[in-house]
Each structure stands twice: as structure tokens, then as C-alpha cells.
Design a protein around this ligand. Sequence first.
Ligand SMILES: *Cc1c(COP(=O)(O)O)cnc(C)c1O
Length: 389
Amino acid sequence: MLSYAPLVQPDHPIAFIDLAAQQRAIRPQIDAAIQKVLDHGTYIMGPEVAELETVLSRFCGAKYTLSCSNGTDALGLGLMAYGVKAGDAVFVPSFTFAATAEVVLWMGATPVFVDCLEDTYTIDPVGLDQAILKARALGLNPVGIIPVDLFGQPAEYEAIQAIADEHHLWVMADAAQSFGASFKGRHVGTMGDLTTTSFFPAKPLGCYGDGGAVFTDREDLIDLLRSLRVHGQGSDKYDNIHVGINGRLDTLQAAILLEKIKIFPKELAERQKVADFYTAALKDIVVTPCLREGATSSWAQYTIQLPEGVCRTSLIKKLQGVGIPAVIYYQKPLHLQTAYRACPTGTGGPLPVCERLAHTVLSLPMSGYVLPDALAYITEHVYRFVKEA
Ligand SMILES: *Cc1c(COP(=O)(O)O)cnc(C)c1O
């Protein structure tokens, strides 16, 4: 049994993601890094961009890193490199952020939505198998899978890769939420043929604006990706050899990320401690997150499932009333959203697991900076309010 601290509100406001505390910890280094860029003035593709790509490759073990404008463009660049086109089917989980499916439609291809696993929230390999058959039945040409490492835990890449191999599909990992995580000692960045991530400020490793990256070991793809990032340029700058995008990462953001990645390992360890505290305090009263054997998470979100009969809306209101922010990721699976309703699901009908989860999930404050008094305060309130409900 846990012993609870008295219900005194911490003397600081509780942030859902405490970016201010992180900034206080490294403000002088950030200021100096920005200053350096202002001094040399190479705002586009300055030396910090190449340096960051080297540091990121070393961090995750990928052979190549291509930094880019954001996590959505990272996915888009990947699909362009694969040559995805109209008539192609790309399999995506429905329980994710819109970007995962959006980029498939950019290419004129069709996203086919797959349900997720109840305990880990990542794409269901059995549902994936069924979706491939469904896509063929619809006259589509299955080409690839975009698993999402939802809330920070790597998807089931072993099972997914086996299915991909059987059907000759590529696997592009959407690791926007999971940079820094691992599975059986392998780091995120090395699990798909391509891996994409995001440095949006609220992600586990975030910059102060938009940013993203693509990781790969494939030399043929990295050259193409480099070209696509700058309008498809060839060796002669004025003879473009592909149709690409303007997808570069700003030098300023690279400089900021170079400082932030220095404290990232320590932050990941702190996030794990926060998650452990939550799980110990709440596991008897709600469904707490489940890590697969051998997996680590970067804890982009700490997401619980409320028991049946607990009204989530009133719980959120009660928590808000005592200064605790809680957020729903995700209210509506993509296959039920207006823009995606016309796209097929792998079942040809509902996706029951994610449709149910959309009504029961709730994410609690998470960062490497949730202080012990805040943790006690949050868990005690969640426990009480759920018990009372
Ligand atoms: C944040 C996110 C993205 C998009 O990243 P941006 O940098 O905001 O474009 C893509 N996929 C998932 C799962 C995300 O959480």
C-alpha cells in the first residue's frame, strides 16, 4: 500500500509537459548556441545541421540521418522516396495523429486503417494481415506499412516485418513519439527500412519550432532523400532531377537540438521514473501502460484507460479544478474523422479496439521534470476521483 502525502497543492503550477523547467536547466547553453548561429549567419544548412545529423546517427545507431522541416514532411519524404502513387495501399493504424495517414493521401495513394492492440496501443499484426487481403479485394496494390510507436513504445516490428516480407512491403516507422526508445537493445531509428521522427516542441526530444528527421541504413534511399529535401536537386543545382519539396531543418533549430540532446538521456531516465511512480500508484484502479518484454519507452505520453462507468469528462473537470491538466489522445480514431471517413478499414467495417479506447484513454502530465510533490498530488487525486466515480 502506498502512503500518500497530504493533499497540498505544490507551490508551482503543474504543466502537462514542463518545457519551462527544461529551459531553466539549460538556458545559458541555449542562448550561447543561438548566439553562435546569429554570429556566423548561415541560417540555412549551417554547420550545426550536419553536426546534428552526425550526433543523431551516433545516438540511435542508424547509418544515415536526414534532418528535415518536421515529422510530417519526414513521412512525406519517405513516401516520395518509395515512389508511392495512386492505386497503392499503405497500411496505417487508425489510433494515431492525422499526419500518419495524411501523407499517404498527398501521394494520391490510399491509407488502409488497421486496429491497434488493446494493451500497447500499437498496430495489431493480425488486423494488418486481414487489411492486406482487404486491400487486394478492393483492387489496390499493397506497397507498405507505417507502424506508429504510439505514446513512445516501439510497435511490434518483429511480427510486422515478417508480414511485410511475406507480402513484399516496405516498413516505414513513424517514430514521431518514440525517439530515444528501444527494443531488445536496438534503438528507435534502426527498426524499419526508414524511420521518421519529429522534433515538435512537445515530443520527447523537441526543438523551439518545427523539426524532424528520417533515419535509414540504405544508401540508395539516403541520396534520394537528400535530393528530395531540396526540391529534387541533382549535382547541378539548376537541373532538378526529381520533384521534391523545401524540407530543410533550420540551423537555429539544429543548434537548439544539439544542446537538448546532451540532457536527453537523463531526461529519458527521469521520464521512466515518473512512469514507474504513476504505475505503482494507479495500477489497482485504472489500466496502466504496458511495456512489451524487452521494450523501453520514451514516454511521449503516460496514458491510462479508465474503468467502465467512470465519466471521463467529469474526471478531467475535477482534475482541472485542482490544477491538474489531463489530455485525451486520441478522441477520435482517424477512420471516423471527416477527412478520412471515405478511406477503407482493414475489416471493411468498425475497428472495435481503437473505437473503445477513444472513449476510455486519458494522458497524465509527463516530462522529465514532474517533481515528487506534484507526482504525489496527481496520483492521489486521480486515485480518489476514480474511486469516487
Ligand atoms: C507529432 C506527430 C507527427 C507529426 O510531426 P510534426 O513534426 O508535428 O509534423 C506524426 N506522427 C505522429 C504519430 C505524431 O505524434
